[in-house]
Structures are given as structure tokens and as C-alpha cells.
Design a protein around this ligand. Sequence first.
Ligand code: GUN
Length: 292
Amino acid sequence: MQILDGKLAAQHTKDTLKKEVDEIIAAGKRAPHLAAILVGNNGASETYVASKVKNCTEIGFASTLIRLGEDSSEATLLQEIEKLNNDDAVDGILVQLPLPKHISEQKVTESVNPLKDVDGFHPISAGKLVLGLPTFISATPYGIMLLLEHYNIPTRGKHAVVIGRSNIVGRPMSILLSSNHPHGNCTVTLCHSHTQNLKELCQRADILVAALGKPEFVTADMVKEGAVVIDVGITRVPDSTAKRGYVIKGDVAFNGVAPKTSFITPVPGGVGLMTIAGLLKNTLQAYRTRQQ
Ligand code: GUN
């Protein structure tokens, strides 16, 4: 069993990006610029956005964080997005999800200029992904592909099972793994809450991606000997003995599952860090496209 170390692979991506940024700056040009909008005070979202901004700084990107109160109207948020759409010095825009209930995620994602849609959530980005056209791939599936690439994990002809059909992870993941891509070409089964015989399907997975958001859902009896297991879950589970009052759990019961696998991602230290690597790569891509 080998750990797929997201910290290591993300650092590799970041080192490469930093070199590219250094060359851009040495050529007298401005740095790529990511703008993030955070609405409300969701604790997990605060952590993720802070980490995204910190990672931008580490590799020499400019970043802007716009914070809006929980009660901000949809119109206010759309106005902020429009300002960023029209700001030539901003290359990438991300609106951290989830949004407060009174704001339409669909309206918000559709309002981001597709040329700056570094989260890949706009219908144009999602549609291009389905068609196999170059686009911004949403950061988590992109990060997982980068991780498979970093560890040179063979995927062609393998049976991949993805649990979870969310627009931001499970569904794009299923499309990427089935696409004609050096780390795609899998036969993919996409499982969700209505799937029958889930355990049997998982047992037939060469590559198992757990992205349903249920702590320790995947247990050893569901995993084939030698499978590659990718754990996308990051759930805060209350724990009064923990320093912060919670512990982070993945969707995979790691201790039981790990010994059966050939490769497995830990939580934390796996997919989460790769998500940021994917986002940073998309931001540089947006910059380069917009500079042309
Ligand atoms: N919420 C959970 N994951 C993500 C992500 O990748 N991007 C944004 N914007 N929000 C998220």
C-alpha cells in the first residue's frame, strides 16, 4: 500500500507554477490575480478560502478576498461579480460555495465571466468538459487527475467507480475518468443515493472515488484487494476531546481500508491540497488566455 501524498504532489505543482510566475514577473508583466468572494461565516469555507489566498501568495499570485455578510442580497453579490468581470487586472473569480439559502447558486455561477471561471462551475465550462474541449476543470476533479498523473497510476481500461454525483466533484470526475485523456479511458460507474447494490459495484472497482460527504462510509468489505482509493470527503465531526472541538473525517474508513489498497489518499493531506493546486493551475491558464 502506498499513500498518495497530496501535500507532496501539490507542492510539486506549486513549485512549477512559481517558476512560471517568476518568469512572468522577470519579463516585466503583472502577476496572475485570483479574486475570491466569501459570503457569510461558514467555518469550513473560511478555512478553505484563507488557504486559497495563502497559496496564491506563496507562488507569487496577486489575490483579493471580498467578504460579504450572511444577509447580503443576491443583487449585491451579483454586483460584486460584475465588478470583477469588468476588472482587467483580475484573471480568476471564485465564489465559495455553499451560499446562504436566499441566494441562487445557479444565478451566481452563471454570472461569472466564463473566461475567468477558474472553478469551472459555469455551464459553458461544464459543457466543454462533457465535449472533451479545453476548459477550466473544477478544481477537485482536476486535482485528483493531477494526483493520478503525479504517481503515474495507470487508468486505461480500468473500472472506476465514483460515489456521489455532485456538480462540483462526482459528475465531472466521472466524465474525466471516462474521457480520452492520459489518465482517463476508464470504464466508469457513477453511483448515488438511488444506486442499488452499491457494495457489489464498489467491490468491482479498480479505482474507487468516494465523494458523497458521509464520514467513513466506505469500509474494507466494499473494497477490492489492490484497488486505488481516492477519498474526497472532508467532514467536520464533533469531538469534545479534540482541540478545535471537531475532527476531520474522510468518506473512507482509512484504517480498515488502507491495507487492502495499492494506493490511497489520506484525509487530511490528500485530495484537499490537490484542489488548491487545480485552482492555481486554472488561474494561471486564465491569465495566459487573457494575455493573448
Ligand atoms: N465549496 C466546496 N468546494 C468548493 C470549490 O472547489 N470551489 C468553491 N468555490 N466552493 C467550494
